[in-house]
Write a protein that binds this ligand. Sequence first.
Ligand code: MN
Length: 728
Amino acid sequence: MKDTWKELITAIENSGKQYEIDRIQKAYEIACQAHEGQKRRSGEPYIIHPLAVSIILVGLGMDSDTIVAGLLHDVVEDTPITSEDVKKIFGQDVALLVNGVTKLTNLGKRGEYVTQEERQAENVRKMLLAMAQDVRVVIIKLADRLHNMRTIQYREEQKRRDTAKETMDIYAPLAHRLGIRSVKEELEDLCLRQLDPVAYNEIEQNLELRKEERVKFLDNIKERIQERLEKENQKAHIEGRVKSVYGIYRKVYMQGKTFEEIYDVYAVRIIVDTVIECYSIFGIIHDMFRPIPNRIKDYISTPKPNMYQSLHTTVLDKEGIPFEVQIRTWDMHYTAEYGIAAHWKYKAGIGGNNKDKMEERLAWVRQLLESQKESGDVEDIVRSIKTDLAPEEVFVFTPKGDVVALPIGSTVIDFAYAIHTAVGNRMVGAKIDGRMVSLDTEVKTGMIVEIITQSNQSPNRNWLKIVKTSGARNKIRTWFKRERREENIAEGLSELEREFKRNSISLDNEKMEEFILDIAKRQHFSSRDEFLAAIGYGGVLLSRIMPRIKDDFQQKYRSSESEKSEKQIVKPKKSGVSNGVIVDGLDGCLVKFSKCCNPLPGDEIIGFVTRGYGVSIHKKDCINVTSSVDNEEQKDRWLPAHWESDVRESFKAAIDIVADDRPGLLADISIALANSRVPMHSLNARELKNHQVGINLVLSISNLEQLNNILGMFKRTAGVISAQRAYQ
Ligand code: MN
């Protein structure tokens, strides 16, 4: 750990920034003492972790307070030191930073959130709140996650996948949105290594194979550009770079390109002092090399939403090898590399507009929090993070030539709402490049979109199913919320009744009102009408809360039934509960799930009393049950069993898929699984006749409904012929 401390000091010395070494040293000593005796999974002393986090923070150019907080970020959580102590020694600012990080760390450890989605949604919301208060908290959290991902090989398999998934879903997009490229790319690569190790190794090997060739190629190009620029009296810094593994992965596996088709595996970056120079060098490059059509992007006049600016063009060298050239000023370069952290790193160097840039970035955070307040749906934020933060955007033009940036897949309705709420609300039609199109038409980069409005028009509820951006969705909901309360309540009630019927939930009127009020309260609504209205305008998605309503209903209904029977009949022996299964008449018995049929919550089940291994649970229609349940000798050993209403465990389920063999099929399937956060235990694929493949997956599943969703997802995957639960 002495070495790591030295490494931190060296990083500080090399940073060229003034740091308060005394305070940093003091923080190190306190952290050392506090974590004394604690070990990381790797077996190293714990203090290595906060030290590594602080080194990352110095690399990002963060200030002394942040470095101190980085060293102390786990002490309040894990050691006897309190936040009062931190405040006394290091002051209010550091204490607030440490507190902020501790709060974020504690999230999700408590069991108050039922689903993974809710937990994650709450996580993200807290993170955005912290960010709006002091963005340094989230930068420390990013550094913390980065070091944890770097050392994730010491965790067990499941934890590795979960952490990688969460990092890919939330932390990498946040780093992207904050513009911190180095952290974003490293996080993505580290995640990919966990989520798709086969592809990761393949790409890495491919890059390694061509390393020499690549270095020679880039050196040669750099030299030629340098010579030419000198002739033209242009001063510029030139560097070569290779796309990140994940960047290549996205193109190869998601867009179905071959390694050779990825033009920007090689890139040359030219950095100059002024914007004028950018454009003049752009001209020189096109004079030297032949540009590939449609590969020119001017992110200087149209910055990306995360404020990235550069000129991009892909050109061919004389052998016909394509490469990308990025041209930018130093200012743009710092923003591209360090994003919001550039505010600290180059505070002195960049001048006054830096503060504004930071404000502009954080405006996005506030806007997201604001829109969530309107809709009342925390999970919206997670959706926003996934869609609005998606690295791919399209740029669309208004008839006047203004540019609107939207996430890929956005429709003309999203465009209308992006221009102005009133434009969206009064929209009756849209024209793309002068032609009328339907409202679900997706917009593409370069299109000129004109929205046709009429003053007496209003939005349509179906639009909620069409729009892609959370901004548009929230505005439509807000409209319905404000304008149509009575209609919403009626709509909500009929939707609720429909769902109740579908789930065979029925009660007499009085009890029904009571039951609805209960649900409303649990969803944090003050009255039944508020709740129904929210269903009506789409603020509450019934499909999402239905499973829990069903559970509630069953619990209440079942317990009132048994109350009745208890009065009349002898009190039955209390049931035993284990692993989410209740076996009638057996208290706290050992339960295991039979391997022959792998029952899932939702399946009808029955228990078999084994000799010495407790009760083994089968599906009622399992062949081993049907063949033995009538057997005189074994009859008494079969006991009725049912699932607990709230099962949190997961169960193994096998799935058989038959599909047309095509490149990328396995990748699509594993991505789909990763996206739905379903852990995979094994995957076996074999060739069948007629260019088909049979794939057998064993997954961790928590209930039948989830299984059916997954099967549906597979069936929608291109090339899949059938997907079904496997029965051995
Ligand atoms: Mn930590």
